[in-house]
Design a protein around this ligand. Structure first.
Ligand SMILES: [Zn+2]
Length: 859
């Protein structure tokens, strides 16, 4: 029984047999306010290469009303197991399917949301990977492209947006009909529909003769917080940059960006109708890092209009290329587009993407970038740090390897040749080989077909005058975790070596050498005979993907002067290296805290500041020796309070430190401060205690038993919005009582009524590092429930529960033993096993790090 799965072999067979011309899809959403189901009528026209052959079309629906193939009505029993069997095809076929499909509350398919502010219903679709079939009958695979024509009946006061421009609705009375023009030939997973009383703001992108209508939409309750000018500005910069670099005009008729509620991902690249999580409409003050992240997401989705939508992967094994390209494109556009507000985007890339990739690449589940994707279950757990972050890092290395001009020349040829078609990796590599003249076969084998991270270390000797006598870059093969797939190999690396001198506490780069690293030892003759600089930084400018270690003298200078680098990127690289050493047990958690406390006051990049703050908290919560942990947390909380009071009024740093204190406050005085900020009794000049900060402070007070149900209810009365309801649910789950934990657990595990967002909030509140004793009994309950959850819930919902409720805070051998016992007894599917094994690896790593930290305390 395939269930809702689809194998690559099935997809290949179907693609060989069929050519799909067009879908006409009629959806009746007029009774959406009542929820339940909606009528979906699909007419598909397609040809078959082998008349007489059989195939199937995908549909996930509570019931089907009518199936008519080539004028012959099929028995409704042809619909079984999320498929409709289609026997005896003609050369040219017309299929009509009438079904009742279900609205969802999981963010998959057609999501239905009711805004508590206005009581109105808001819908949007999310189809990647295989969920168009929850809304209409479809051949659910990316290489069966077709033209899609949507006709939608909906309440008269609604706005309806799809891939094609929104037509004038027809009809009278309570409902209207929107008849959209056909799309170009696109894949089903990037079709979209957004419907409800959303509000829009409009502009256009103009370039010579070209004029592309632009729209931005959100719910009315968020309109006062929407800043369309900033969003249009980034969007237009992206249009300019990508059209020039790709030498291909934007391929669709208009470009709408829709901020939608309870969205599972950051955003989705539906052709001409991008959906984004509406937390990107900022209700409260956020730091500039949040604006930068939003701009990156906007550019990422825009880049997908060409890479992904115009030219689409044949099958999900090339998902990594799709995501890596868009992730690389967002960063290079921010770095280079004229007028960009974030020209330091490569610092953010180093700080976030690389860190994510390095973490994922050391899990037992790590895999080559080119993953085997045998079916839909494989791809759904593969939206990971390898697919997005390592892939993008390796693409950055590829650009350094072939040169940026050749890279974009190859990309241009690729778009021209494959527009509206499907491709494999080889098509892009072929275009790049042609443009660059470099053979990419061995590059591809080393980088894409193997897993793990190489380590680069300097090896140098000095003469008695302090001049460099010899200098080499040593490369070691990845230490692959037990059970990881593939071979550990050395790779070709294009790197820069930065030389820094220390002047009055400032670390300034005095020279930079770029070279190819090959094999275990690469000599660098350019450095021989030179005076030894204060810091020698391998992989300066972050060109390659590797762990980098400093020589002893450089490390000593950096440890004292990390804040002294005048440029943000080398600072970010050294921060990343220190964090990596902490995770690897080469630096004790308490020493990382010391480094952070000395370096943070001079760190100006707010994104880096916030990353380091999160890492310190994680280090203290799980990597620190439990016998010392409370001292470390106390030190961190004191430092946060001091930094909050010392920060420039109204600055991003001030807000960031307020949030740190809101996560770690522990003394009566600190908790009084939070309470005072909340009730207005205490004022810190410049600190806006606005809606989101209020919830953050209240969350800590709830977790420490200082805020009761009444206080949470009062806050919800002030902010009775969807976000407010999520925060309130989180606060309730955070309370330090057995009853609160039991209620939270039951609402997630024993019931399926929570929406995706409320469930995530409850899980976030439930897991409190200060409440290990209260959480201890839930380890056993977790293993008893997890398989049933995986089998009975939707993919998103079960993944939230499986990763979110794993006893990750119980860093002890017992957790490893319980996990191993479960893995042996439960016989989980590969996708479920992978999630549990990844969670287990976190505990194993934490146990090792705790031992290192304990030893550091004894020295
Ligand atoms: Zn993407």
């Amino acid at each position: 029984m395939p269930g809702t799965n689809l194998t690559r072999d099935e997809a290949r067979t179907r693609a060989d047999l069929l050519h799909v011309d067009a879908y006409e899809i009629e959806l009746d959403l007029s009774s959406a306010r009542e929820g339940g189901t909606f009528r979906s009528t699909t007419v598909v026209r397609f040809t078959a290469t082998t008349p007489g052959a059989a195939t199937f079309i995908d549909l996930v629906a509570p019931s089907v009303e009518e199936i008519v193939l080539n004028g012959v009505r099929l028995d409704n029993s042809a619909f079984a197991d999320s498929r409709i069997a289609l026997p005896d095809l003609a050369a040219e076929n017309e299929l009509r399917v009438v079904a009742d499909c279900a609205y969802t509350n999981t963010g998959e398919g057609l999501h239905l949301f009711v805004d508590p502010v206005d009581g109105e219903t808001y819908l949007y679709t999310q189809f990647e990977v295989p969920d168009a079939r929850r809304v209409f009958a479809s051949f659910e695979q990316p290489d069966l492209k077709a033209a899609f024509t949507f006709t939608v009946t909906a309440p008269a006061n609604w706005v309806v947006v799809s891939n094609s421009p929104t037509p004038e609705p027809q009809g009278e009375g309570d409902t209207r009909v929107w008849s959209f023009a056909p799309t170009g030939r696109i894949s089903s997973y990037i079709t979209a529909l957004v419907a409800g009383p959303y509000v829009g703001v409009f502009d256009s992108y103009e370039n010579g003769e070209q004029k592309v209508p632009l729209g931005i939409y959100c719910r009315p309750s968020l309109r006062e917080f929407l800043d369309p000018e900033a969003i249009f500005e980034v969007t237009k910069q992206g249009f300019d940059y990508f059209q020039e670099k790709f030498d291909f005009p934007y391929p669709f008729a208009k470009y709408d960006q829709l901020f939608v509620p309870e969205f599972n991902a950051g955003a989705m690249e539906n052709a001409g109708a991008v959906t984004l999580r509406d937390q990107y409409v900022f209700r409260s003050k956020v730091t500039d890092a949040a604006y930068e992240a939003r701009a990156a997401t906007i550019l990422h989705e825009l880049a997908h209009m060409w890479f992904g939508d115009l030219v689409t992967m044949e099958w999900w094994n090339d998902l990594w290329l799709n995501e890596s390209f868009a992730t690389y494109a967002e960063a290079v556009c921010q770095a280079e587009a004229p007028g960009s507000r974030w020209p330091n985007s490569w610092t953010t890339f180093a700080n976030q993407m690389k860190t994510w990739a390095y973490r994922q690449d050391q899990l037992p589940s790590t895999h080559p970038i080119m993953a085997e994707i045998n079916d839909l279950e494989d791809v759904q757990v593969n939206f990971d740090g390898i697919t997005y972050a390592k892939g993008a890092s390796v693409l950055k290395q590829l650009v350094a390897y072939v040169g940026q001009d050749a890279f974009f020349e190859g990309v241009r040829a690729y778009f021209k040749q494959h527009a509206w078609g499907n491709t494999r990796l080889g098509d892009l590599l072929g275009a790049l080989e042609k443009a660059s003249g470099r053979d990419l076969k061995s590059w591809s084998a080393a980088w894409l077909e193997t897993a793990g991270i190489n380590v680069l270390r300097p090896a140098l000797t000095l003469n008695t005058d302090g001049e460099i006598e010899s200098f080499a870059v040593l490369q070691t093969a990845p230490a692959l975790p037990a059970g990881a797939k593939g071979e550990a190999v050395l790779r070709p690396h294009r790197i820069a070596v930065g030389l820094y001198e220390l002047n009055d506490g400032a670390l300034v780069r005095t020279d930079r050498i770029e070279l190819d690293v090959n094999g275990p030892r690469t000599e660098v003759p350019e450095l021989v005979g030179r005076h030894r600089p204060a810091v020698i930084l391998l992989n300066d400018d972050d060109l390659t993907y590797a762990k980098v270690r400093l020589d002893e003298d450089s490390l000593a200078v950096v440890t004292e002067n990390l804040g002294g680098f005048t440029e943000a990127l080398p600072r970010a690289l050294c921060w990343a290296s220190a964090w990596d050493m902490t995770r690897d047990g080469e630096l004790a958690a308490r020493d990382y805290l010391t480094l952070a406390l000395s370096g943070l006051p001079r760190e100006s990049d707010i994104g880096v500041v916030q990353s380091v703050q999160r890492q310190v908290k994680l280090a203290l919560d799980v990597y620190a020796d439990p016998n010392w942990r409370e001292q470390g947390l106390a030190r961190w909380a004191e430092a946060a309070e001091q930094a909050l009071r010392d920060a420039e009024p109204g600055s991003d740093h001030q807000l960031a430190w307020a949030r740190v204190l809101g996560s770690v406050a522990r003394t009566d005085g600190q908790l009084d401060l939070l309470a005072g900020l909340l009730d207005g009794g205490t004022v810190i000049p410049g600190l806006a205690v606005d809606t989101e900060l209020r919830w953050a402070l209240l969350g800590r007070l709830a977790a420490t038993g200082r805020a009761d149900e009444a206080a949470i209810g009062a806050e919800l009365a002030r902010d009775n919005t969807a976000a407010g309801q999520e925060h309130a649910a989180s606060c309730r789950a955070a309370r330090p009582t057995a009853e609160a934990k039991a209620a939270a657990w039951a609402s997630v595990v024993d019931s399926d009524e929570l929406t995706n967002y409320v469930q995530a909030a409850v899980i976030g509140g439930f897991q409190q590092a200060d409440q290990r004793e209260l959480l201890a009994p839930y380890a056993e309950k977790y293993f008893a429930a997890v398989k049933g959850v995986w089998e009975s819930r939707s993919h998103e919902i079960s993944q939230q529960i499986i990763t979110g409720l794993y006893p990750a805070l119980l860093v002890e051998q017992g957790t490893l033993d319980a996990t191993d016992a479960w893995l042996t007894a439960a016989e989980p599917s590969p996708a479920l096993r992978r999630q549990i094994v990844e969670a287990r690896a976190g505990v194993e790593r934490a146990l090792r790090a705790q031992a290192v930290d304990r030893a550091a305390g004894e020295r």
